[in-house]
Design a protein around this ligand. Structure first.
Ligand SMILES: [Zn+2]
Length: 258
C-alpha cells in the first residue's frame, strides 16, 4: 500500500467528485492520506475531512504566502486545532521567496515560520516544510529546529542533492512527488539517487504537480504509482520495495500505527 503524505483534497478542483474519488483510494492502493492545511480556512477543512474519513489525517499550519491572516488570536486558534486527535503535523509552514520579493514581508515569513516551529515543539508534532527560492534561510532555521529535536519533512524538495544530504544527516525526510517524473528534473533525480530510501516520503501536493503522463492536469493520490515507478527506476530496485519502505517511513514520521 501507499502512504500519501501531502494532499489538498479540500481544494475546489475536487468539488465535483471528492467523495467518490476518496472512497476509491483503497482500491487504488492508497492506504493513508495526510490532508495538509495552508491557511486558516484550509486547516478547518482539513480537520473536517479527517473527521469524515478514517484514513485521512490533518496537518495544521499556515503557508508562508498566507501569513497575512495571522495574528495572536488566529495563532491561538491554530494551537487549538493542533490538539485535535487526528492532527499529526504542523504544516505546511516555511518560506516562499519566489512569490514574495519584499524583504519586510520575508522577515514576517521567518517570524511566523519560527513561531509555528515552536508550536510543533510544544505539541510534540513533526513539521511539514514548504520552501521555495529560500534555500539558505530555510536551512539555517531548520538547523535550529534540529537542535530543538523537531522532526519533519522538506516537502516538494527542489534544491540540490548536496543540501538534501545535509537534511538527511539531521534526520529530516525529503518529500518526493510528480516532479521526479518530469524530463527536466535532473536535480531531483540526482537527489533521489543520492539519498537513502529510508529518508523518502511519497507525496502528490494534489491537485498540483501531476506526474507524467498527466503533467498539467489535476493531480490526485491515485497517480502516485507513477512516482513509485520512477523512484524504483532511479534506484534500481523494485516498486514493491519503494512502496514498502516509504510507507514505513511515513508511519514512523507521523507516529501512526498500521
Ligand atoms: Zn502543499
Amino acid at each position: 500500500m501507499i502512504f500519501e503524505t501531502h494532499a489538498h483534497y479540500e481544494d475546489t478542483q475536487f468539488d465535483q467528485d471528492r467523495d467518490e474519488l476518496l472512497r476509491s483510494m483503497y482500491a487504488h492502493g492508497i492506504d493513508k492520506i495526510i490532508n495538509v492545511g495552508s491557511s486558516l480556512e484550509t486547516v478547518e477543512k482539513s480537520i473536517a475531512l479527517a473527521d469524515r474519513y478514517d484514513f485521512i489525517y490533518a496537518a495544521v499550519g499556515v503557508h508562508p504566502s498566507e501569513i497575512g491572516c495571522l495574528n495572536e488570536e488566529a495563532f491561538d486558534w491554530l494551537q487549538e486545532q493542533a490538539k485535535y486527535k487526528k492532527t499529526v503535523a504542523i504544516g505546511e509552514i516555511g518560506l516562499d521567496y519566489y512569490w514574495e520579493k519584499e524583504e519586510k514581508v520575508r522577515e514576517m515569513q521567518r517570524t511566523w515560520f519560527c513561531r509555528q516551529l515552536a508550536l510543533a515543539k510544544e505539541m510534540s508534532l513533526p513539521v511539514i516544510i514548504h520552501s521555495r527560492d529560500a534555500a539558505q534561510d530555510t536551512l539555517t532555521i531548520m538547523k535550529e529546529a534540529y537542535k530543538m529535536q523537531i522532526p519533519g519533512v522538506i516537502h516538494c524538495y527542489s534544491y540540490t542533492a548536496q543540501m538534501a544530504e545535509e537534511y538527511v544527516k539531521m534526520g529530516y525526510y525529503i518529500g518526493i512527488g510528480g516532479v521526479v517524473t518530469f524530463k527536466n528534473a535532473k536535480k531531483l533525480k540526482e537527489t533521489v539517487e543520492k539519498i537513502p530510501l529510508e529518508s523518502v516520503l511519497l507525496e502528490t501536493d494534489c491537485p498540483y504537480m501531476a506526474p507524467e503522463p498527466f503533467r498539467g492536469k489535476r493531480n490526485s493520490s491515485i497517480y502516485l504509482p507513477y512516482v513509485v515507478k520512477k523512484i524504483a527506476e532511479i534506484k534500481g530496485i523494485s516498486e514493491q520495495e519503494v512502496m514498502k519502505v516509504t510507507e514505513q517511513n511515513a508511519y514512523r514520521m507521523y507516529r501512526l500505527k498500521k
